[in-house]
Write a protein that binds this ligand. Structure first.
Ligand SMILES: [Zn+2]
Length: 313
């Protein structure tokens, strides 16, 4: 690559969360992740204008995974580009771009069974209606291993990094080793203070792959994830911070895994604890966050451990 390609974070606030997208200022400009329905018009367009760039010139919409705060704005952004941008997502997360209902099904199959909220299904459906701009078919389905050309000599490699979701991917700007991972690197989690992943073994393997093989020069995160002391990493990490965040994510994952295994081996018991049937895990980890707050990473992750444990035994 002859000239360094510039990266600009674009932030859209949403409740307790800061949603981050990234503008890749390539010959064919790209935006990584799209926030929610309102983000493209309210957050991205004015930010790009300040950079002297136009949202209608964006030619790639690169989705790191299918969660609503990453794909919610995809349809709106695609429309703003005159439907010219190519929309890219992993095939395993594509149902969450194609269908609002997929988000409800995901909720019901996982965390719902611990939340005992009779309104839960309706709330998740309402959130999907409110923050997903529209259902759509992706232009390009990926599985990892692809290389995308962003014009002239700028290319992006796609790597599969499952765990947070089954279809999480990392986009790597070749030559600069700038790496966009969305939520695949959780440290302690974002606003809920707990890391969320559906597949613990895959999450661990993906973190190791990023640390040992990809070795980012810059790592771009979907939210300001928190360290052990509660202070957030930024969303643009240099090589040293990236390594620290990956290492810390692995250490936290190991502690969660040990506590989950001990709890599952002792046998799950329903109690009146809000963390039931994983109260022992919360106690062992000293987790005092509200486990019922969406997207409820505590129950998502422990359900992942439970599923893995059941498959092994
Ligand atoms: Zn996510």
């Amino acid at each position: 690559m002859t000239q360094e390609v510039k990266i600009h974070p674009l932030v859209s606030p949403w409740g307790r969360f800061g949603l981050y997208s990234f503008f890749i200022d390539a010959p064919e400009p790209a935006i990584v992740d799209t926030g929610i329905a309102s983000s493209p018009a309210e957050g991205m367009a004015p930010a790009l204008e300040k950079l002297g760039r136009r949202i209608e010139d964006v030619r790639w919409i690169l989705l790191t995974h299918g969660h609503i705060d990453h794909v919610g704005g995809a349809r709106a952004l695609w429309e703003l580009t005159g439907r010219k941008a190519k929309v890219v997502i992993h095939e395993a997360d594509a149902p969450m771009l194609r269908s609002r209902r997929a988000h409800v099904d995901e909720y019901l199959a996982g965390r719902a069974q611990y939340l005992n909220d009779p309104e839960g299904e309706a709330k998740v459906a309402a959130a999907g209606n409110a923050v997903i701009a529209g259902e759509m078919e992706p232009t390009l389905l990926v599985r990892g291993g692809e290389t995308l050309s962003l014009g002239v000599d700028v290319t992006v490699s796609v790597h599969s990094v499952p765990g947070h979701t089954r279809g999480s991917v990392a986009y790597v700007l070749d030559g600069q080793n700038d790496v966009f991972v969305g939520d695949a690197v959780q440290v302690h989690g974002a606003a809920n203070g707990f890391p969320g992943f559906v597949d613990p073994a895959a999450y661990r393997a993906s973190l190791r792959f990023l640390r040992d093989e990809v070795r980012p020069r810059h790592l771009y995160l979907g939210h300001p994830y928190r360290r052990t002391d509660g202070t957030p990493y930024g969303v643009e990490l240099d090589a040293e911070q990236a390594r620290a965040a990956l290492q810390e994510s692995l250490e936290i994952e190991a502690r969660v895994g040990d506590a989950a295994c001990a709890c599952l081996e002792a046998g799950l018991r329903d109690t009146d604890s809000p963390y039931s049937p994983f109260a022992q895990v919360a106690q062992e980890l000293g987790y005092a966050g509200d486990p019922t707050l969406e997207p409820s990473p505590f129950f998502t992750t422990l359900h992942g451990h439970r599923t893995q444990f059941t498959q092994k035994s």
